[in-house]
Design a protein. Structure first.
Length: 377
């Protein structure tokens, strides 16, 4: 088989790959060591397939299938350096992220093209003052001496994206310990469903992207709360907010409730103290509550009940109750016991019964006794 036939078969194979792959990317393999390429292929097997061939054959294959896949011809402008086809069924953003994670840092070499802006950050260096100050100044770096060391005052971009790295810059980056180059597959552009996604579009910071979603959710939540839109997420917070506002209004208007009384009374007391200080009023002493007197429990001795006979006794007149003179109560007794104001009803009844019994036992007066008593009088 001639060389021409081999090229036709190769073009045919590329056409089949482009037709059957939903995601087609162009990878620049410039300055990628062979050993690194083999390791990358082993890691990415099952996720992406790499097909390396000449630019001209890739262009022929793209021209033949451009009617079947509209817009795929736009990939031709990205066939620079040492291009290779990247074929996958995964999302283009996922593919780009996988390739980025499998890259490693490397020092720059003279003549290489900067894949990104090369920046020297501000901060302390290990250099002591000397000729290095003028060298740093030649690259546009602003410096000062701090504690015997050279400090870079501001961040500075020393090489922009796409610019060639000079030998002098390679030396400076080496001194600063900066490795600006990345060793790995450089995905330049990806075709999917008629659209071309370039490197700058695919290079998404996943952490920043997630933070943007979180911030958007927070903004939406705050907006719903402020607008009074009740949802599963906002209802509880809105009720709490309304409760706080109602309490604040009640405190401002001095409306006493179970929730506000303590604070209102405390506020009134503070205001009173402030007025007292303004008027130079003496401080009010704390009033002690009087202690309750201790009452000694008295044990009463049971009194004997006076039994009466079944025979009724005739009582002519009820004897007068002798008035008992109350003995003066000592001051000590007054403190120990409380005076009783109620008469002892039980004692009066017992006294009456005893008097009736005595009258019964007296001998009955005869007419002669009455006459004798009258004569004596």
């Amino acid at each position: 088989m001639s060389n021409k036939d081999d090229k036709k078969l190769l073009v045919k194979k590329v056409e089949e790959l482009l037709k059957t792959s939903p995601v087609i990317g162009i990878v620049n393999m410039h300055a990628l060591p062979t050993a690194q390429l083999q390791r990358m292929r082993a890691k990415l097997r099952g996720t992406v397939d790499l097909f390396l061939t000449k630019k001209r054959l890739i262009r022929f294959a793209i021209e033949k299938i451009k009617t079947e896949k509209k817009g795929i011809e736009e990939l031709e402008q990205y066939l620079n350096g040492i291009p290779a086809l990247l074929l996958s069924k995964d999302n283009p953003f996922k593919v780009f992220s996988i390739l980025q994670k499998n890259k490693s840092k490397a020092a720059a070499k003279a003549g290489q093209i900067a894949p990104n802006d090369i920046k020297i950050p501000a901060g302390m260096t290990q250099f002591t003052p000397g000729p290095i100050i003028s060298e740093l100044g030649n690259f546009g770096l602003k410096t000062k001496v701090t504690d015997g060391k050279i400090e870079i005052i501001e961040d500075a971009i020393v090489v922009k994206t796409g610019e060639e790295i000079s030998q002098e810059m390679v030396g400076l980056l080496a001194k600063m310990g900066i490795e600006p180059m990345e060793v790995g597959l450089d995905l330049v552009a990806v075709y999917e469903n008629g659209q071309i996604f370039t490197k700058d579009v695919l290079a998404i910071d996943e952490e920043e992207y997630a933070n943007n979603f979180t911030q958007a959710q927070s903004w939406a939540f705050n907006l719903a709360v402020e607008a009074g839109i009740m949802t599963v997420e906002t209802t509880e917070l809105m009720i709490q907010k309304a409760s706080k506002e109602v309490k604040a209004l009640a405190l401002e208007a001095n409306i006493l409730t179970d929730e506000t009384k303590d604070e209102i009374l405390a506020k009134a007391e503070a205001q009173g103290q402030a007025v007292g200080k303004e008027l130079n009023l003496p401080a009010k002493e704390a009033v002690k509550e009087p202690e309750e007197p201790k009452v000694e429990e008295k044990t009463e001795t049971p009194k004997e009940e006076v039994k009466t006979e079944d025979k009724p006794a005739e009582v002519k007149e009820e004897p007068k109750k002798e008035e008992k003179k109350e003995e003066p109560v000592k001051e000590e007794d007054k403190k120990d016991s409380e005076p009783s104001t109620k008469p002892d009803v039980t004692d009066e009844k017992v006294a009456g019964m005893v008097g009736a019994w005595k009258e019964k036992d007296k001998p009955k007066q005869t007419a002669q006794d009455i006459i004798k008593d009258a004569d004596k009088a």
